[in-house]
Design a binder for this molecule. Structure first.
Ligand code: HEM
Length: 431
């Protein structure tokens, strides 16, 4: 199955990707100096910084609840470790309204613990190792990089990054490999769901309708496939097979839960991976010496991914709601407040990271919040890292001397939330 970057479906996917960028990008390309100004006024800001920046919140509407914004690594880490005080249910009011009732990110307490324990074994490194050699590497090499080789130039987001995360998830789930159209419909639906939350009330109504339709279409596509797999004996090492068989403390997942989980997985797994890949390639291509070093020592790709996640996180905000009155860095935060956390400032906190504004793949490994932290930490992080590593390895092996295209504008990592470059133009030597 060769990847095409000019079909009608792919063009729709690109348009939806751009709409997600416009939607969450806000009114500052580089908000970090603005956050730091606010942090200089005090570590806890009363008010919603996302609103000031014109970005729709992932938690929906504040609905009269006070909003507090945190910036420092220590404050955000403490909040994300205390899931009883800082709860996640509010996420179900935003993006969650488009994703059914089984939304892991929006679950709290014992229910989250039980459901996470059911799902976690399906995403462990041993499972990934198997998927990696049978599926992830071949998909990246044969379908995405091989068709580019004779061209000598490409735009890495359009020609690779937009497609491969959905393609890989599609295969991991166990969907048919030869259904390119079905997969692209999947991808476009996932992006439409992400475009659901809007600030402008009129636009919000329209986008909400589209996101709900997309979500329903995804549901209707997945549910019969799940039922069919159950009827066939819930066999197979793909993700749906594993989800149908998983058990924890005597519980297992119903067809509806598996369907809803698959539906929430796509928006969680696709856009984030696309943009992280774009950020990593930008950061390496802007530093040709480092690019060479990583190309010559592939063990460094993993470190480069970790550092890209710290230095330029894609998911730049965490949101929680307080279940009791609490004091944060001397500020009283009443029960029922929304606490919005700025990942960018925490990941560049000089109290924790030496030369925090330098992209340094050799820095000591310390927790950052690019994949989240605490009980809700990204369940798919091994999937994301395996895919991005496979993509970078394939690029290094098959596109010799890859470098930024001198005739095209250089990539710019930008936006408030879901940060990333819109385009990464590259050239290489055609063998
Ligand atoms: C580089 C790509 C990715 C990034 C940056 C990312 C980021 C995140 C973050 C920040 C969270 C925490 C949300 C919170 O605390 O409220 C999260 C949770 C989650 N992610 Fe990812 N993610 C990525 C890829 C993936 C992939 C590939 C999958 C699935 C295969 C996935 C599935 C999930 C799920 C299911 C959760 C919810 C976990 C829970 O609440 O217990 N993500 N992700």
């Amino acid at each position: 199955m060769a990847t095409q970057s000019d079909t009608a479906q792919t063009r729709e996917m690109q348009a939806s990707f751009q709409s997600v960028s416009d939607n969450f990008g806000g009114n500052l390309d580089n908000p970090l100096p603005f956050y730091r100004q606010r942090l200089a006024e005090g570590p806890v800001m009363e008010g919603d910084i996302l609103e000031e920046l014109g970005v729709p919140p992932i938690f929906g509407n504040a609905k009269g609840r006070p909003v507090f914004t945190l910036f420092r690594h220590a404050d955000i880490g403490a909040a994300l470790r205390d899931q009883d005080t800082f709860t996640s249910g509010l996420i179900g009011e935003g993006l969650g309204t488009f994703m059914g009732t089984f939304m892991l990110t929006a679950m709290d307490g014992d229910y989250h613990r039980r459901m996470r324990s059911l799902l976690q074994p399906c995403f462990m490194p041993a499972v990934l190792k198997e998927w990696r050699s049978t599926l992830i590497d071949p998909v990246l090499r044969d379908e995405y990089v091989a068709p580019l080789v004779p061209r000598g130039k490409a735009e890495l987001i359009k020609d690779m990054g937009l497609g491969f995360p959905v393609r890989v998830i599609y295969s991991i789930l166990g969907f048919p490999d030869d259904d390119l159209e079905g997969m692209e419909v999947f991808a476009t639906m996932a992006l439409k769901i992400l475009s659901g939350p809007k600030r402008d009330p009129e636009e919000a109504l329209r986008a909400r309708k589209e996101a709900l339709e997309a979500s329903q279409a995804l549901h209707d596509h997945v549910k019969p496939l799940v039922a069919k797999r159950r009827a066939e004996g819930s066999v197979g090492d793909d993700l749906i097979g594993r989800l149908l068989r998983t058990e924890y403390e005597g519980e297992s997942l119903s067809d509806q839960q598996v369907t809803d989980f698959v539906r929430m997985l796509l928006p969680a797994a696709a856009e984030t991976t696309t943009r992280t890949f774009g950020n990593l390639m930008t950061l390496l291509l802007e530093r040709p010496e480092l690019l060479d070093r990583v190309r010559n020592d592939r063990k460094l790709i993993g470190k480069a991914i970790d550092e890209a996640i710290r230095f330029e996180p894609v998911a730049t905000f965490k949101a929680r709601e307080t279940s009791r009155d609490v004091e944060i860095a001397g500020t009283h935060v009443p029960k029922g407040s929304i606490v919005s956390m700025v990942v960018q400032t925490a990941n560049r906190d000089p109290e924790v990271f030496e030369n925090a504004d330098t992209f340094d793949i050799d820095r000591p490994n310390k927790p950052n919040f690019g994949f989240g932290y605490g009980v809700h930490m990204c369940i798919g992080l091994f999937v994301a890292k395996a895919e991005i590593e496979a993509a970078v390895n394939a690029i290094f092996d098959m596109l010799p001397n890859i470098r930024l295209d001198p005739d095209m504008p250089p990539p710019v990592i930008k936006g408030v939330n879901l940060r990333g470059p819109d385009a990464v133009h590259v050239v290489w030597d055609v063998p």
